[in-house]
Design a protein around this ligand. Structure first.
Ligand code: TMP
Length: 213
């Protein structure tokens, strides 16, 4: 099973994906955890370019192609082999992030983004996407706190530095996608306490893994 976690900056995806890794392991379920951008040695190099605040003048098309290059390496080297081996892959962001950030927020043609994904990756989509939703003001204040305390790298702040209007477009883009694909997306209120969010995700994933219980 392929499960992705999405949300704005500071929505708690990374914390929750680690909770789910533990949950699966405690239940004897084979799972691997990964992320985009990154997830492979080459992908981590692409990530550094993409998130570097010094890449401020990056053209949106360059940005789209770098995320796509990262995904090509990630699918070939990590996602496909693990899915073929029957493992559960937990992925911190995937294709929906491209539709939302490069499409809805940067304004690139979503038809083009879709076509590219279809052509290059046979439209590979997660089986379930957990969307952690919260107002950007809250998410950004959490994200900057993590940067100040060193929990998040201060060399990866290019998106945090975007205007609030950008983050509002990201949030509403995700909510639009969730409305368009209600079978795949599960949207949760990420402003709840960490443990409450964790329990809600466990409920959703337990139901999806054991549909007849
Ligand atoms: P994160 O690892 O903290 O989620 O940071 C990754 C950043 O990259 C985040 O701001 C969202 C952005 N992003 C895109 O713009 N497009 C994409 O396709 C992906 C995967 C991430």
């Amino acid at each position: 099973m392929f499960i992705s976690f999405e949300g704005i900056e500071g929505s708690g995806k990374t914390t929750q994906i680690h909770h789910m890794e533990k949950f699966f392991q405690n239940n004897g379920q084979d799972c691997v955890i990964t992320r985009e951008p990154g997830g492979t040695r080459i992908g981590e190099k692409i990530r550094a370019i993409l998130l570097d605040p010094e890449s401020k003048d990056m053209d949106p098309l360059t940005e789209l192609l770098l995320y796509t290059a990262d995904r090509a390496q990630h699918i070939k080297e990590f996602v496909s082999p693990f899915l073929s081996a029957g493992k559960t892959v937990l992925c911190d962001r995937f294709y929906d992030a491209t539709v939302v950030y490069q499409g809805f927020a940067r304004g690139l043609d979503i038809g083009l983004i879709d076509k590219l994904h279809n052509l290059l990756f046979e439209n590979l989509k997660p089986d379930i996407t957990i969307l952690l939703d919260l107002p950007p003001e809250k998410g950004l204040s959490r994200a900057w706190k993590q940067i100040e305390t060193g929990d998040r790298k201060n060399v990866e702040t290019r998106f945090e530095e975007e205007k609030l209007s950008f983050h509002n477009k990201v949030r509403s883009g995700y909510l639009d996608l969730a409305r368009l694909e209600p079978g795949r997306f599960r949207a949760l209120d990420a402003s709840m306490y960490e443990n409450q969010v964790r329990n809600e995700i466990i409920k959703i994933l337990s139901g999806a893994m054991n549909p007849n219980t």
